[in-house]
Design a protein around this ligand. Structure first.
Ligand code: ADP
Length: 604
């Protein structure tokens, strides 16, 4: 079973791995979407930052843009240009410029004559004072003298600091007297940029980085300069170098957003490292992958559960089928057993019948063999009266010859008596030899006893015999044949009366019953002379008698014994210790019931 399962599990894991492989490409669009989402977010965020920075930068520049023109109208400065040799005037101009610088926050404010020489400056009292220096080479000076607003980015020639220069002409009517220049410090605008992963980059019209949060990018060229630009750089020297090195950036490593500043020709860019979105994208892909894995595992689990469920159903079905088969087999076995039992019962019944028949045969055979032993006595018994009859008949003939009819009649009467006696012998023998047709049945004892007593009542009264009974009122059921039992009882009672007739009164007969596990024992006792020793041994033999031939044939007890054995009972002969015969009939107990059976041998 487990072996089968492990076999069937292998392909399932293989199919799950296949499913994972099939679903894995779904992670690619997920990555793409996440990248789009996070870069959009970053772009939006950085766009705001960039706007802020641009606004700040423009605000800084615009604050100073109009300053040269306004200052140029101041009389004190114009006077200084008109009287360049008057120290007091120059001093006043210097102080004014210094004051204005302090108020506006400009880096340096200075005044040049129309040849480019600095007459006054806000830093007149500094070591690196501009006073006396000539900046005619600067493009802003040329622009201002030409009547336009001069703008210029460059490094201070003395300070080396980056600055943006605004310059305007100082006029006296139509005449241009000189120029006023305001230098704005731009270094601090770089410092506005905090320590963020995003980087700032401001490039000028030449594509050279002038402001940046990354010092190593400073004054690098984002594109190659053409000849005109190179010449201009050589002439104006806006950078610390004449040939700026190229700035090489990996396009893929940076997300760049830019704004053009038209008035300065600058481009302000914010550069965000793409690594900023890589991490959240990686997380999203990892989560997606995990979700996918969980999904696949869930599918696997569901498949496994379904498989288990199906397997269980199949198992149940198989078990049910096996059970049904077993039940069928068992039923078949039982049916076979049943028919075998029926057959056995039938055979037993047949055997029983055979047995009954065999017993019957046996009893009959016994009787016949008894008849065999009797035949000698029978011939003797019959020969005697036959011989007597013959002689009486011969005598009767002689007497008739002599006319003695009365004597002849007397002989004939004797013949008749003898034939009666012979008929009696033969009748007893018939009764003895008759085959019992019925198997023993349940018989009530008391009525049979009453019948036998009634038949002999007359003779008992004549002899004045006292009858002492010790018999329960409740009907006693015994196994016997109705007529056979009466015949036995009648014989025994008749014998008792015969015996009592031989003695003087008082004459008594006791009848008692004993019940035990084996059955019922009926005892019949008289106070006659009892059995002689020989009679006790031989009384059961046919034709044994101690009586005269007129009184007894000697067949009574022989027939009783045979009848008792035929019904499964027993006849016991004994003498009572107080004298007299004691006969015991042992009978098998019968089933209580109503005996509707008619006497079986009416012919007797
Ligand atoms: P029968 O009565 O014709 O002699 P039975 O077979 O009935 O033949 O009896 C055999 C003998 O047993 C009798 O002759 C008698 O000697 C003896 N016998 C039978 N019943 C008694 C009895 N109640 N008391 C004494 N002897 C008896």
């Amino acid at each position: 079973m487990s072996k089968v399962l492990s076999h069937s599990q292998r392909p399932r894991w293989r199919s799950l791995a296949l499913l994972t492989l099939l679903l894995a490409p779904l992670l690619w669009p997920l990555q793409h979407l996440a990248e789009r989402y996070y870069s959009d977010e970053l772009i939006q965020q950085n766009s705001q930052t960039l706007d802020l920075y641009v606004a700040n930068l423009l605000g800084t520049l615009r604050r100073y843009e109009v300053l040269p023109q306004i200052l140029g109208d101041l009389p004190a400065l114009r006077s200084a240009l008109l009287q360049p040799d008057d120290p007091a005037t120059l001093n006043a101009a210097n102080r004014l410029l210094k004051r204005v610088r302090g108020q506006t926050g400009a880096d340096v404010i200075y005044l040049m004559d129309n040849r480019g020489k600095t007459l006054g400056a806000s830093n007149w009292d500094h070591e690196d004072s501009f006073v006396g220096r000539n900046f005619a080479f600067r493009p802003y000076f040329r622009e201002a003298i030409a009547g336009r607003l001069g703008r210029f980015f460059g490094l201070g020639t003395t300070s080396g600091k980056r600055g943006y220069y605004f310059a305007a002409a100082v006029r006296d009517g139509e005449q241009v007297l000189g120029a006023l220049v305001v230098k704005v410090d731009l270094d601090h605008t770089e410092n506005l940029w905090g320590h963020t992963p995003e980087q700032l980059r401001v490039t000028d019209a030449n594509g050279v980085v002038i402001l940046t949060s990354r010092p190593e990018w400073r004054f690098r060229a984002t594109r190659p300069l053409d000849e005109r630009e190179r010449n201009e750089v050589a002439a104006n020297q806006p950078y610390p170098t004449l040939a700026p090195k190229a700035l090489e950036l990996d396009d893929k490593a940076w997300l760049i957003q830019s704004r053009e500043l038209e008035e300065t020709g600058w481009t302000v860019s914010i550069l965000a490292p793409t690594s900023l979105i890589e991490r959240p994208v990686r997380n999203v892909v990892a989560i997606g992958g995990a979700a996918l894995l969980v999904l696949v595992l869930l599918v696997g689990l569901l498949m496994q559960r379904r498989r288990h469920y199906l397997e269980r159903i199949a198992l149940d079905a198989r078990a049910r089928r096996e059970l049904e088969i077993r039940v069928l087999e068992r039923t078949r076995d039982l049916e076979a057993l049943n028919s075998r039992l029926k057959q056995e019962v039938l055979e037993r019944e047949q055997a029983q019948q055979e047995l009954v028949r065999a017993q019957d045969e046996l009893v009959q055979a016994g009787k016949l063999s008894a008849l065999g032993t009797m035949s000698a006595s029978i011939s003797h018994e019959l020969n005697q009266p036959l011989a007597a009859i013959r002689s009486y008949a011969e005598n009767a003939g002689v007497l008739l010859d002599h006319g003695r009819t009365d004597d002849a009649r007397g002989n004939l009467r004797l013949i008749s008596e003898l034939t009666e006696r012979m008929a009696s012998i033969i009748a007893h023998l018939r009764a003895f030899a008759r085959r019992d047709r019925h198997a023993p049945e349940s018989i009530a004892l008391q009525p049979a006893l009453e019948d036998a007593l009634a038949l002999l009542a007359k003779r008992r009264r004549a002899l004045d015999v006292e009858l002492i009974r010790d018999i329960p009122d409740a009907t006693l059921w015994v196994q016997a044949g109705e007529t056979r039992l009466r015949q036995v009882l009648g014989n025994l009672l008749a014998n008792a009366l015969d015996a009592l007739a031989e003695k003087a009164p008082p004459r008594r007969i006791w009848l008692s019953v004993e019940q035990n596990a084996d059955g019922i024992a009926l005892q019949l006792r008289d106070n006659g002379p009892g059995f002689s020793t020989e009679a006790l041994q031989r009384a059961r033999e046919p034709f044994f008698t101690t009586k005269t031939s007129a009184q007894g044939l000697g067949l009574g007890l022989a027939i009783c014994d045979s009848l008792m054995r035929a019904i499964g009972g027993e006849l016991l002969l004994d003498n009572h210790p107080d004298g007299g015969a004691l006969l015991t009939l042992r009978l098998r107990a019968g089933v209580p019931g109503v005996n509707l059976q008619p006497p079986e041998d009416l012919s007797a």
